[in-house]
Design a protein. Structure first.
Length: 169
């Protein structure tokens, strides 16, 4: 799997056909900042409006795919992939849950779903340090053997982008 890092907003990352949305997969209505921004961009109020069919909760440690091509006019993405890893339980291992969700997502890449994934750095807000998250993301991406698969990481902050660009080459 090829890995790229971009200094731009994930919503405008046209190199990808799928947007990856970190969510708390323990129940509905617990989406992350990226998911909320994307929902606002496409003009919906509730996450379930993007799902067809609705997901079964809980799905922390898993990925949930839904096709959105032709459903929303103001996005170029064809797919969404919701990663269930933003757990709020005190005993949760965020890095382990993120790794499991990534592994689940990457095992489905290609085939009937997207091949070019746009993702934020999967930190879960303050839960995982950005450098740690990048290394886990790269580790899991290297295991993906799907021909033509690409992971496009979006980082809008110029300083953090410069730091992470040194890692993602």
């Amino acid at each position: 799997m090829k890995i790229f890092i971009h200094n731009k907003d994930i919503i405008t990352l046209t190199e990808a056909d799928t947007i990856v949305l970190p969510v708390d997969g323990s129940g509905p209505g617990l989406e992350g900042n990226t998911a909320r921004r994307f929902m606002k961009h496409i003009g919906i109020e509730h996450m379930y409006e993007m799902y067809a069919p609705p997901p079964y909760y809980p799905f922390n440690g898993e990925a949930y795919w839904s096709q959105i091509a032709g459903v929303f006019d103001n996005t170029h993405f064809e797919w969404i992939c919701c990663l269930g890893f933003l757990g709020h339980a005190a005993e949760a291992s965020h890095k382990s849950t993120m790794r499991a969700a990534l592994r689940d997502m990457l095992s489905s890449v290609g085939g009937d779903v997207g091949r070019r994934l746009a993702t934020p750095i999967l930190t879960g807000g303050p839960r995982i340090a950005p450098v740690d998250a990048i290394y886990v993301m790269m580790e899991e991406a290297e295991k993906c053997t799907t021909k033509g698969a690409e992971l496009h990481i979006a980082e809008i902050d110029p300083e953090r982008f410069k730091l992470l660009q040194q890692i993602v080459r």
